[in-house]
Design a protein around this ligand. Structure first.
Ligand code: SAH
Length: 410
């Protein structure tokens, strides 16, 4: 009798069967399987844990199921998982331990990066004593999972506040009820962060400080993925500098310690207002210009302006694969103009955060721009996102940021 009960309990667990193509994706160590490769998913509740099988019924592991996303399956284990909240808690602790090994000189960094931390659909950033989380999948939105996330973060990191940032479009896609960005726990949603202390430019510094407001701003409020690139760019920066697409001054404020003058350009007035506050926080004076950076670069180039250091960090031009050609055109134009304005010995730090633009694509488009600008440039560093945004091999979606630091010869 007991044996029979065990068997029927096992049958009660939701399970799915995958096509051969779906199985091949998992064997390629990619955690996602698209709905078109799910052959059978009977009575699987939205956001539930599912046991995953091939067509013959061979068990392949455990996944999170979404009833609405095109990505129906996100693997969480190649074995059995009985208790999702316990697994989530354990993986958050592992993600925190991983950062302890890799992250230094900052109190702002990404703690959990979704698939790259084996927690599909969960992002957690630390901003000094405020934590910011984003939930992107049905499974991570379930109340017991949320509870485990909050409890683990509180136990491990003792924050003064935890905010949730909501992307309404993603909740709609996942057919989750609408929510507002809000304070989830504690009392604090804004704070001051500090990064790149100690080792900037071979000199001891107290780092660069930024205001953070968890309930305002783009993305999760700051571009933490660029943290190490700020310090790298500052290492080579000199003379007169221009930071195009400066947002709240991430690159510009790091350059200010090295350059004789720094101008930041952005089309967003609120971003520049915060950039000015950040400058004051660091006791720096910079020039901020509200403008379309494309127009401004064209104008300045035509007027014969020259710089020693230029940073280009535009928003993602290629949101979909279809935009790729147009995006490459945009990158080429920007880089061409910047190269023309750089003095010999000048430094160009040029970035792309379009996932659809590969590292090879980006290198090629920047090389094409150099050819058209009739300049020879050397690659000083070819960089990506900071180490707290890990790239998971075989999961190209985790690699999206390129940052080339180039030196202009002539
Ligand atoms: N370098 C920044 C992040 C830049 S994000 C950092 O490290 O913090 C991209 C920025 O480009 C945003 O602030 C956005 O307001 C700005 N932007 C978008 N289109 C623009 C345009 N055409 N001209 C100038 N700025 C633009």
């Amino acid at each position: 009798m007991p044996k029979k009960r065990a068997v029927s309990a096992q049958h009660a667990e939701p399970s799915v069967k995958l096509s051969t193509r779906g199985v091949a994706r998992l064997q390629g160590r990619h955690p996602w399987v698209y709905r078109s490769d799910v052959v059978e998913a009977k009575d699987v509740p939205p956001g539930s844990l599912v046991r995953v099988h091939d067509l013959r019924g061979k068990f392949l592991g455990t996944a999170l199921y979404s009833s609405s996303s095109q990505i129906a399956i996100r693997m969480v284990s190649h074995g059995s998982v009985a208790d999702l909240p316990a697994l989530v808690a354990e993986r958050i602790r592992a993600a925190i331990a991983y950062r302890k090994e890799l992250v230094s000189n900052t109190d702002a960094y990404r703690i959990v990066f979704s698939e790259a931390d084996f927690l599909p659909g969960l992002i957690v950033d630390r901003y000094h004593d405020v934590l910011s989380l984003q939930i992107l999948t049905q499974a991570m939105d379930a109340a017991p999972v949320r509870e485990a996330v909050l409890q683990t973060l509180r136990e491990e990191l003792q924050p003064a506040g935890i905010v949730e940032r909501v992307d309404p479009h993603i909740r709609e896609l996942e057919q989750l009820p609408p929510l507002q960005s809000r304070l989830l726990w504690g009392e604090k949603s804004s704070t001051v962060i500090s990064m790149n202390s100690g080792r900037m430019n071979g000199e001891e510094t107290s780092g660069v400080r930024f205001h953070y407001d968890g309930l305002e701003g783009q993305k999760t409020g700051a571009f933490l993925d660029q943290r190490e690139n700020y310090a790298a760019a500052a290492q080579y920066a000199h003379g007169e500098a221009l930071d195009a697409f400066c947002y709240q001054g991430g690159f510009a404020l790091h350059l200010a310690g090295k350059c004789s003058s720094v101008t930041g350009v952005d089309s967003s007035r609120p971003a520049l207002e915060m950039a000015e506050k950040n400058a004051a926080l660091n006791g720096r004076e910079l020039e901020w210009i509200e403008a379309n950076a494309f127009d401004l670069l064209r104008e300045y180039a035509a007027a014969g302006r020259r710089y020693d250091t230029i940073v280009l960090d535009p928003p993602a031009f290629a949101k979909t694969k279809r935009d790729l050609e147009k995006a490459l055109g945009g990158y080429k134009e920007l880089n061409l103009r910047a190269m023309k304005m750089l003095r010999p010995g000048g430094i160009l730090a040029t970035c792309s955060c379009s996932f659809h633009v590969s590292s090879a694509d980006f290198l090629k488009v920047v090389a094409d721009a150099a050819r058209d600008a009739h300049k020879s440039l050397r690659v000083v560093e070819n960089r990506g996102a900071a180490k707290d945004h890990p790239i998971l091999l075989n999961v190209p979606e985790t690699s999206y940021l390129q940052c080339l630091i180039l030196s202009v010869s002539n």
